[in-house]
Design a protein around this ligand. Structure first.
Ligand code: AMP
Length: 367
């Protein structure tokens, strides 16, 4: 039987595991936490992601390895490749996405527009960067930030010193011009080992407090869609990426400005489980195991709502037609993603009505 070994065992790993099992592929996970939720779908090795001894033992005899977290140390992936393992995606997409400055430099080199930005290594370089980029701007850590963590909005020069003091300990920084966007979108692509690229329809994403709250398939702007597909296709091809990759973009008028990419399946693609002909999870498993990719078109109108902090009552969700709750089996905690709900409908107006019905049964915002 084919075996896929997955570095990371969170909800993304769990959903990859469900798709793998449906394809008759065995999965195993390695995660630093004994509580990793993916253990529900395959055996779990508890080890640090930079502890090469257990990682090489975990990888032994697997047909391929993949990762569900972009924080996996690049040195770990390199060591696995040196040991002769098949790791997909490889080290280039991982390393590039781990450093916001390297990532932006790569996007610019590919002709994909990004926000004005400048490297920040100390207070004088931050002052220079503010001069170049202008205000408002966002000061971000180059590495390790997620869900809006590790970033501070700068509105006036008076805020420069305090912002620098707060983030400087996290290592090198980057200052980005604040993009006055109309909305945020993401495009998800899968690329096979043979270079074939398929993309899912563009989705609009709503964030609050830096955390994704809702995604909805757009389908109303073919020109924007075409541009996004062109950008993401160029990116996965240049990175020689194998598997799923997600590109997050800001829409500004009729332009797209790239924010960042994740070399993995993504929260804004969870809708594909019920809402697309083939899900991002299934196609990722197919790509990394060199199996044929499935069709990616959507099935009607679709949206996805994240459950943040705590889950709603499953019986209440079940009263909403077209709604499917995915429970990550994680303990409730403020700002934690503990599940998501996909809502499908035959047309946008019915989807609106179903989303309104869902809103009425969801618990209040946890912040
Ligand atoms: P990130 O961690 O870079 O994905 O940022 C989290 C969220 O902060 C994004 O989804 C945006 O809502 C917002 N954000 C990040 N960078 C910018 C920017 N340069 N201009 C405006 N908003 C931004």
């Amino acid at each position: 039987m084919t075996t896929l070994a997955i570095l990371g065992g969170g909800q993304l790993g769990w959903m990859l595991g469900l798709s793998a099992r449906a394809l008759d592929v065995e999965v195993r996970f390695l995660d630093p936490s004994p509580e990793a939720t993916a253990a529900r779908v395959g055996p779990l090795t508890v080890a640090s992601l930079d502890d090469l001894g257990p990682i090489l033992a975990f990888a032994a005899d697997a047909d391929a390895l993949t990762y569900e977290w972009e924080g996996v140390p690049a040195a770990t992936v390199r060591a696995l490749l040196d040991a002769g393992c098949t790791v997909r995606p490889g080290v280039d997409p991982l390393e590039t996405s781990q450093d916001r400055l390297v990532e932006k430099t790569r996007l610019v080199a590919l002709g994909i527009p990004v926000a004005p930005h400048a490297a920040v290594d100390d207070l004088p370089s931050l002052r220079r960067a503010v001069g170049e980029v202008g205000l408002p701007a966002i000061l971000k850590t180059r590495r390790g930030g997620y869900d809006g963590k590790g970033q501070i909005v700068l509105r006036t020069e008076a805020e420069i010193d305090a912002a620098f003091a707060e983030l400087a300990a996290a290592g090198p920084l980057v200052l980005e011009g604040f993009v006055a966007f109309d909305r945020e979108v993401s495009v998800i692509a899968v690329r096979g080992a043979d270079g074939e690229v398929r993309t899912w329809p563009l989705v609009t994403n709503e964030h609050r407090g830096g955390i994704l709250r809702r995604s909805r398939v757009v389908g109303d702007d073919p020109r924007l869609e075409e541009l996004a597909v062109e950008h993401v296709t160029r990116l996965v091809t240049d990175l020689d990426h194998v598997g799923v990759l997600t590109l997050e973009l800001f829409v500004v008028g009729d332009r797209l400005v790239a924010n960042e990419f994740a070399p993995r399946v993504h929260n804004s693609g969870h809708w594909t489980i019920e809402g697309a002909a083939t899900s991002q999870f299934t196609n990722h498993v197919c790509a990394v195991l060199d199996l044929p990719l499935g069709p990616t078109e959507r099935l009607g109108a679709v949206a996805m709502v994240n459950c943040i902090g705590r889950l709603p009552d499953p019986d209440a969700v079940a009263t909403v037609e077209g709604a499917t709750l995915h429970d990550y089996a994680k303990a409730p905690r403020r700002s934690r993603k503990v599940g998501h709900i996909t809502v499908t409908a035959p047309d946008p107006a019915t989807l609106d009505a179903r989303l309104a019905a869902l809103d009425a049964v969801l618990p209040g915002d946890d912040g």
